[in-house]
Design a protein around this ligand. Structure first.
Ligand SMILES: *[C@@H]1O[C@H](CO)[C@@H](O)[C@H](O)[C@H]1NC(C)=O
Ligand SMILES: *[C@@H]1O[C@H](CO)[C@@H](O)[C@H](O)[C@H]1NC(C)=O
Ligand SMILES: *[C@@H]1O[C@H](CO)[C@@H](O)[C@H](O)[C@H]1NC(C)=O
Ligand SMILES: *[C@@H]1O[C@H](CO)[C@@H](O)[C@H](O)[C@H]1NC(C)=O
Ligand SMILES: *[C@@H]1O[C@H](CO)[C@@H](O)[C@H](O)[C@H]1NC(C)=O
Ligand SMILES: *[C@@H]1O[C@H](CO)[C@@H](O)[C@H](O)[C@H]1NC(C)=O
Ligand SMILES: *[C@@H]1O[C@H](CO)[C@@H](O)[C@H](O)[C@H]1NC(C)=O
Length: 619
């Protein structure tokens, strides 16, 4: 089978070696399709050109050649996987209630179902939520937000009423907050699809478009767009270009960029030229992991002075990617999934050795349910951010939403330093049914007068065509849920009562609304159905990724000692080595400082730092 495919690929090659693939189908583009795309002027948006795969090469920066049978799967614009196929009423409009009426207004549901306020988790630090944001922005692009912030800004005006792409949120007149503000409408645009980009005809099945590689590969650090990595590399000793401002190191800046909406010039001018300038938690880790690459490359060069730039660069990148995933799967996720659950479902290994679950028949893709489910984490974001100095003294509290799309902020007044110190000292928001004030009404800070994360989440679910909650529940448990009574084990009495007040039929209940209120999975801390949908994705992520870092026989695989060194690294060790002036930290930095998890000197062996000596080649 493999050989035949290779032959087929070769036939299409023609004069150049590269092959043009259709992003949506993942097949080589034939003449007919190419002509259609040319007529529509969308060749660049709907196809991806791929050089022949070499099964022994490193993971490519653009994500191609991960699956040797389907080389374009794993690149940007790989279509999402669907756990359950999308449902709509007609023409991609939201499904109706069982009664035939429209589902209730999303903003009304949000204010009826959730409590509002600032709550504190006594166990977890802010760092926890920052790292979750960082990991989601590796696979999810923010093009839909940019779309209504920059391209379509009239959704709440009469002009917007005639714009197909506008799906503004209606605010009820008796809204608990906005009856005082005069706001009747919140901006929102329709999710962008392969149809939006004219890669598919209108009227064909909903297919969301995403501009990140659908694998955990730090594509938000190394930049997935073809050729862009060459702009980031110095081509010397494996290093990436880095700039210093006020004594701290940052990825290259484009002061003319229009994406740092909240920068306060003239003081704040920094704005990443290539990386996304997004929410605070993610942005801070983009800066840190970017720095980390150079630190690794420098040390590898010291250990192996003979290695050339190429080898140093790809080895450093490989180590950086592996560490980001190791921390996520082995340190962060067990806190909320339950370690035993994760071992049972194969998300993590029991011993410390290699694992190989690769299955070439599974394509690297992320599910829409994953992207959507991750929005649930809005619920535990605490937005009043505490800043501390390097000696641990409290400085001030600052609203986190004011730092969205504001990379310039990190480079002034030692803010980067102070936010990092705060990230492991401050407790995070708790996992409950309370939504933080700023998440609920001021999500985008000063960029928009008002925006509500959770209402947008609910509304977007309708436009993603998410099936009713009970269908997902059935997928997860193999049981049927026909009546509200069938759901009584999944919700507390009060919460089920709230759902019954707003939804007439169990089949009306929307996925996100249920996730807000559902009981946690046994042994873990996140809602049962969310746990199920995220686990479904992570299993496929591990099985479909030929370059998964735990595999013994992937190209340039780690040795046993190297993998052991990767597994030793903790989030605390990372902050010790790349956080500005972090000299002491608690060993388990996603957990609060406590008697059993006390501040500890970075030099202590209790802090899991990266030791690169296993990479020293003795020859
Ligand atoms: C060309 O590709 C399109 C889309 O993949 C397919 O539907 C069509 O049948 C192909 N045409 C020919 C002549 O192979
Ligand atoms: C892709 O589509 C967008 C939106 O339609 C357009 O602005 C952009 O120019 C296109 N990009 C390319 C490379 O064709
Ligand atoms: C916004 O418009 C610009 C210019 O027309 C286009 O290049 C870009 O792709 C658009 N962005 C989105 C998210 O549609
Ligand atoms: C689909 O509909 C949109 C909006 O009406 C239009 O701009 C676009 O050209 C259509 N796409 C195709 C492929 O016909
Ligand atoms: C920013 O814009 C100014 C004025 O247009 C230009 O001179 C400068 O080269 C631009 N800088 C970058 C990094 O593009
Ligand atoms: C945060 O932004 C709001 C506007 O959305 C502004 O009123 C407030 O003063 C800002 N807070 C700080 C500390 O800058
Ligand atoms: C919606 O967007 C427009 C244009 O950016 C803005 O003027 C308006 O204040 C926004 N509405 C809200 C409620 O934020």
């Amino acid at each position: 089978m493999f050989k035949i495919l290779l032959l087929f690929t070769c036939m299409c090659v023609g004069t150049s070696d590269a092959v043009l693939y259709d992003c949506f189908t993942g097949e080589p583009v034939n003449r007919t399709l190419l002509r259609i795309y040319e007529q529509r002027n969308v060749v660049a948006n709907c196809t991806v050109e791929i050089d022949p795969c070499d099964p022994t090469e490193w993971r490519r920066v653009d994500g191609s050649c991960n699956n040797l049978k389907h080389p374009s799967r794993g690149t940007q614009r790989t279509p999402s996987f669907r756990v359950l196929s999308p449902v709509f009423s007609h023409d991609y409009e939201p499904r109706k209630a069982v009664s035939g009426a429209s589902l209730p207004l999303p903003r009304r549901l949000r204010t009826d179902l959730l409590l509002m306020g600032s709550t504190t988790d006594m166990k977890l630090t802010q760092l926890f939520s920052y790292y979750v944001l960082f990991m989601i922005s590796d696979v999810l692009s923010s093009h839909d937000i940019i779309n209504y912030l920059q391209n379509i800004t009239t959704c709440c005006t009469p002009e917007g009423q005639n714009n197909y792409n506008c799906i503004p949120i209606r605010v009820p007149v008796d809204d608990p907050v906005h009856r005082y503000s005069g706001v009747h409408c919140l901006n929102l645009t329709r999710p962008q699809t392969f149809q939006t980009y004219k890669c598919l005809d209108n009227g064909t099945t909903f297919a969301r478009i995403v501009f990140q590689t659908p694998v955990f590969d730090l594509s938000h650090i190394y930049e997935y767009r073809p050729g862009f990595i060459n702009r980031l590399r110095t081509f010397e000793n494996g290093m990436m270009k880095i700039e210093e401002e006020d004594g701290e190191l940052f990825p290259p800046s484009d002061p003319n960029s229009t994406y740092c909406f909240q920068n306060q010039p003239p003081k704040e001018t920094r704005c990443h030229m290539y990386q996304v300038n997004n929410v605070l938690g993610s942005n801070i880790w983009i800066i840190l992991m970017y720095r980390h690459h150079n630190q690794i490359a420098r040390e590898l060069h010291r250990l192996n002075p003979c290695w050339d730039d190429e080898r140093l660069f790809y080895t450093a990148r490989d180590i950086n990617m592996a560490i980001s995933v190791q921390i996520y799967f082995y340190e962060l996720l067990p806190i909320i999934f339950g370690k035993k659950n994760m071992i049972r479902t194969g998300l993590i290994g029991r011993g410390g050795g290699f694992r190989d679950l690769y299955d070439e028949n599974i394509e690297p893709r992320m599910s829409d349910e994953y992207f959507y489910g991750m929005r649930w984490f809005h619920m535990l974001q605490k937005t009043s951010m505490k800043l501390y100095d390097k000696d641990g003294y409290y400085i001030k509290t600052y609203p986190m939403v004011n730092v969205t799309a504001r990379t310039g902020f990190f480079a002034v007044d030692n803010n980067m330093q102070h936010i990092i110190q705060g990230s492991f000292r401050q407790l995070g928001g708790s996992i409950d049914w309370t939504i933080d004030y700023d998440m609920a009404d001021r999500l985008l800070g000063a960029i928009l007068f008002s925006s509500d994360a959770t209402t947008s989440d609910l509304k977007k679910g309708r436009y993603f065509g998410m099936q009713p909650y009970v269908n997902y529940k059935e997928f997860c448990t193999n049981r049927k849920y026909n009546t509200f009574d069938d759901l009584k084990d999944s919700f507390s009495q009060e919460r089920l009562h709230r759902l019954m007040k707003v939804y007439k039929d169990p089949k009306d209940i929307e996925l996100m609304a249920a996730l807000w209120l559902e009981k946690p999975v046994k042994g873990g801390r996140i809602p049962e159905t969310l746990y199920c949908l995220l686990t479904e994705q992570y299993r496929r992520s591990i099985k479909s990724d030929r370059h998964w870092y735990e595999r013994p026989n992937r190209p340039h695989a780690f040795t046993e000692e190297q993998l052991r060194a990767i597994r030793k690294v903790t989030i605390a060790g990372m902050l010790c080595s790349i956080g500005d002036f972090v000299t002491e930290i608690q060993p388990h930095a996603f957990f609060a400082i406590s008697r059993s998890n006390p501040l500890t000197k970075c030099s202590s062996s209790r802090i899991g730092k990266l030791d690169l000596t296993p990479w020293k080649v003795s020859d």
